[in-house]
Design a protein around this ligand. Structure first.
Ligand code: SF4
Length: 348
């Protein structure tokens, strides 16, 4: 199995736009292939390639604003496939696909998930091309298989770690979801957001993993953090500085609601939200962060509550005497701004 970056697209853009300097960023798992691609571009076109070395976890982590700062001409953002091809003023999204096949794990899943007849099929960027083949394999074994609809950012049945909007509407018409790929991160998010039985089909280990236990653990921690934050008098409200996560409106709204409910608020802006970055702010008893929700939902190492947007909504509900309900069950945990950004030059 090999993860392959769409080099042809990169070459096409370079031949068309003739840049002198390009900025490149990619998630950690694709850095080796990305550096190989940069080498090829240098050799083939004599173009200077600069790797943006900050953390890159998702499609929200583009580096469009850094292009002029680095005196570059354009940027390539690798590995977060989407329905949009370009982002901001300078950035081209470059797909990466994994050629691993699911035949073995689908055969196992057909036995494990036999009690469920109607299945929703879901995956993330690198396995999009396997969806229709797996759908056919499951249907041939007698299952009814449903796929989600694509939208302005996600392809049909694709999810990001914070955006499940393609498959969320299937909740009432399927008995369980099957997630294709070795990514507990995405599969557990799917289980939490939909509240449905969810199985991860790992094609490498050929294992079918029931996500119930992992999802329940995170759900309980998320609820506990909300109740712990209820006792706090001083809040830090953090706006993310990453390009696709700048939720200024949400930060303002949450700050206002906290103040209306008698809390003191200190507003912060951070690129990476880590225990080390929060440590100096000792007077703050709890944080709300409107950037990546997974920082809160998967972040088990903070010494104070650090709430995501859905948790903050639950906190405000509690403060105002309302029920919190299943606050993680929603199509999106954050409104990514990536697909909404307009380009004003380099269109193509
Ligand atoms: S905000 Fe969404 S897309 Fe960005 S890293 Fe977090 S989960 Fe991934």
């Amino acid at each position: 199995m090999t993860v392959r970056i769409d080099e042809e697209k990169v070459f096409r853009i370079i031949e068309e736009k003739r840049p002198r300097v390009v900025l490149v960023n990619a998630p950690g798992g694709l850095l080796r292939q990305t550096k190989e691609l940069m080498q090829k571009v240098r050799e083939k076109y004599d173009v200077t390639c600069i790797l943006a070395g900050d953390s890159c976890f998702g499609i929200c982590d583009t580096v469009d604003e850094d292009v002029p700062r680095m005196q570059a001409d354009l940027a390539f953002h690798i590995g977060h496939n989407a329905t949009v091809q370009t982002v901001g003023d300078y950035t081209y999204l470059i797909d990466a696909s994994d050629d691993v096949k699911f035949d073995g794990v689908v055969a196992k899943a057909a036995k494990t998930v036999r009690p469920y007849h109607r299945l929703g099929l879901v995956t993330f960027s690198q396995h999009m091309q396997e969806l229709s083949r797996v759908k056919g394999q499951l249907e041939a074994r007698g299952f009814e298989v449903q796929m989600g609809k694509g939208n302005n950012l996600l392809m049909a049945s694709q999810v990001f770690g914070c955006d499940f909007s393609t498959v969320f509407p299937l909740r009432d018409s399927v008995d369980a979801f099957l997630f294709l790929g070795e990514s507990e991160f995405h599969a557990v998010g799917l289980a939490l957001a939909t509240g449905k039985p969810t199985f991860m089909l790992d094609p490498y280990m050929e294992e079918v993993v029931d996500m119930e236990k992992a999802a329940e653990e995170r759900r309980k921690r998320a609820v506990l953090a909300v109740y712990r934050a209820l006792d706090a008098r001083v809040f830090g409200v953090i706006t993310g500085l990453k390009e696709g996560q700048k939720m200024l409106g949400r930060s303002r709204w949450i700050s206002k609601r906290l103040e209306m409910n008698g809390r003191r608020v200190i507003q912060l802006a951070l690129r990476d939200i880590t225990p080390e970055r929060l440590a100096p702010h000792r007077e703050i008893e709890a944080f709300v962060q409107t950037a990546c929700p997974r920082v809160s939902i998967d972040g088990f190492n903070f010494d104070r509550p650090v709430l995501s947007i859905p948790q903050a909504d639950a906190l405000v509900a509690l403060m105002e005497g309302r029920e919190i309900g299943e606050f993680l069950q929603r199509p999106k945990w954050i409104e990514l701004t990536v697909g909404l950004t307009r380009r004003n030059q380099n269109d193509g």
